[in-house]
Design a protein around this ligand. Structure first.
Ligand SMILES: *Cc1c(COP(=O)(O)O)cnc(C)c1O
Length: 414
C-alpha cells in the first residue's frame, strides 16, 4: 500500500514528541512519575493536627472548624461557609437548599466531574445536560438561553418547565472547569429571568475570581471541595457557601442530623445528614489556607511558563484565562486544534491519546478530561441539548502536571 500524502491540515507528526520535549525542559525529572496534582504540606499542618489530638477535639465540632469556615468566607467573599465532609455532600446540600425536589430537572454541564450530576441524582432530580463554551470550558450562557427559549415553558405559577417532559427546571449548576470561571453575569441574568436557582460548583476554583469577585461567592449557593487533589486539601472535605444567613443556619442544622440545640436532649426535627467536617480535617485546612496565596502564585507562575513554552507549538495551544477571569490554574491543559484532534491517521489512537501515551510513557502523568456525563450508563437517558462543543473539548483536552510545587519558589524543594 502506498502511504497517503500528508495534507497540510494534519498536525505535525511529532506533536506528542514536541509536547514531551517541552515537559522535559520545563519540569523536574519525573523519577517514578510526576503527578498530575499533588498536595503540599509545608506549613503548620503537623502543629494543628497534633493540637486536635492533644486537646481531644478531633470530631465534628472544634475551634479549627470555626476558624476554617471564617477563613473560607474571607477568602471567597461569601458571607457564610459551612464546612462539610466532602464537596459532593456540599453540592447535594446546596441543591436541596436551592429548593430542588424529587422529579425536578437540574441543568448541568455535560463536561464535568461525575459528582456534579450525582448530587442532583441523590435528591431524585434528573440531570439535564448543557453544552460548554470553548473559551471558558464551562457552561455556555448564550447557548443555554437560546435552548431554553426553544424547550422551556412557564406554568401558571410562573415556574420554568421542560415542555417535553413536563418537569420543573429547578436549578442550574455552573462548574468552573479546572479553575476557569464560567461567564457568570449572563447566566445570572438568565436565571433571574427564568426563576431558575443557581448553585455554583466551585469545587475546582478556590482562589479564582470573576470580574474581581471570588469563585464561590458568585451565586446564592456554592460548593467547594478540599479533596486531596484540589488546590488546598483537608484530606477529604468540602464547604457550602452562601450570603444568606437563614440558608447558612439551615445548612448547619441539616449537616448535623437536624439536631436542635439542647443541653442534653436528642431532638431531631427533620431528616438531616451527618455531613459536618471533623476538626482534624479542618486543622489541616487551616494550615493549607495559610499557604493558599503561595499556592496561587506558584500555579500562576507555572501556567505562565507553560504558556510561553507551548507558544510556538503547532496543533495545540495552552489554555489561558479570559479577560474577565483570574484563574487559580488548578489543572493546566493543552487544547488540541480541531484538525489535530480529528486526525485519525493512526487507526487505534486519536492525536489526543498519542499525546497522553507519549507523555505518560515519559513519566508525566497527563490525563484526558472526563467522559461526558451522558456517556455514563446511569445518565445516558437524561435530557440534553446539542453537545457539540463539549464533545469536541472532551476529545481535545490534555491536562498537564499542575502541582504548586512545580512553580518557582517552591519547585525542586521537595
Ligand atoms: C472534586 C469535585 C467535586 C466533588 O468533590 P469531593 O470533595 O471529591 O466530593 C465536585 N465537582 C467537581 C467539578 C469536582 O472537581
Amino acid at each position: 500500500m502506498k502511504p497517503e500524502p500528508l495534507s497540510s491540515e494534519l498536525p505535525p507528526a511529532g506533536l506528542p514528541q514536541e509536547v514531551v520535549a517541552v515537559l522535559r525542559d520545563l519540569l523536574p525529572p519525573p523519577g517514578d512519575g510526576l503527578a498530575l496534582h499533588e498536595p503540599r504540606f509545608a506549613g503548620r499542618e503537623w502543629d494543628y493536627v497534633k493540637d486536635c489530638i492533644d486537646s481531644g477535639w478531633v470530631s465534628s465540632a472544634g475551634a479549627y472548624v470555626d476558624r476554617f469556615e471564617a477563613e473560607l468566607a474571607e477568602v471567597t467573599g461569601a458571607g457564610h461557609a459551612i464546612a462539610c465532609m466532602n464537596g459532593t455532600a456540599a453540592l447535594h446540600l446546596g441543591l436541596q437548599l436551592a429548593g430542588v425536589e424529587r422529579g425536578d430537572e437540574v441543568l448541568l454541564p455535560a463536561l464535568t466531574f461525575v459528582a456534579s450530576a450525582n448530587a442532583a441524582a441523590y435528591i431524585g432530580a434528573v440531570p439535564h445536560f448543557v453544552d460548554s463554551e470553548e473559551t471558558t470550558l464551562g457552561l455556555d450562557p448564550q447557548r443555554l438561553a437560546a435552548y431554553l427559549k426553544d424547550i422551556a415553558t412557564f406554568d401558571a405559577e410562573g415556574r420554568c418547565r421542560n415542555r417535553a417532559t413536563g418537569r420543573r427546571i429547578a436549578a442550574v449548576v455552573p462548574m468552573h472547569t479546572f479553575g476557569h470561571p464560567v461567564d457568570m453575569d449572563p447566566l445570572l441574568e438568565l436565571a433571574a429571568k427564568t426563576g431558575i436557582a443557581v448553585v455554583e460548583d466551585a469545587a475546582e476554583a478556590l482562589g479564582s475570581t470573576y470580574k474581581g469577585r471570588g469563585a464561590g461567592s458568585l451565586a446564592p449557593l456554592a460548593a467547594l471541595s478540599f479533596n486531596g487533589n484540589k488546590i488546598a486539601t483537608t484530606g477529604g472535605g468540602g464547604a457550602l457557601l452562601t450570603d444568606d444567613a437563614e440558608l447558612a443556619a439551615r445548612a448547619r442544622h441539616l449537616t448535623t442530623t437536624a439536631k436542635r440545640a439542647h443541653a442534653w436532649a436528642y431532638e431531631h426535627d427533620e431528616i438531616g445528614y451527618n455531613y459536618r467536617m471533623p476538626n482534624l480535617n479542618a486543622a489541616l485546612g487551616c494550615a493549607q489556607l495559610e499557604q493558599l496565596p503561595g499556592f496561587l502564585a506558584a500555579k500562576r507562575e507555572l501556567a505562565a511558563r507553560y504558556a510561553e513554552a507551548f507558544a510556538g507549538l503547532a496543533g495545540a495551544r495552552f489554555f489561558t484565562e479570559q479577560g474577565f477571569a483570574r484563574s487559580n490554574y488548578w489543572l493546566n491543559l493543552l487544547l488540541l486544534d480541531e484538525t489535530a484532534a480529528a486526525d485519525d491517521s493512526s487507526p487505534d489512537s486519536s492525536a489526543r491519546d498519542a499525546v497522553l501515551a507519549a507523555s505518560n510513557a515519559a513519566g508525566y502523568r497527563t490525563r484526558p478530561a472526563w467522559n461526558l456525563m451522558p456517556s455514563l450508563p446511569m445518565y445516558k437517558d437524561c435530557p440534553r441539548m446539542d453537545l457539540a462543543v463539549a464533545e469536541s473539548l472532551a476529545r481535545r483536552i490534555v491536562n498537564l502536571p499542575s502541582s504548586a510545587i512545580l512553580g518557582t519558589g517552591i519547585a525542586h524543594a521537595r
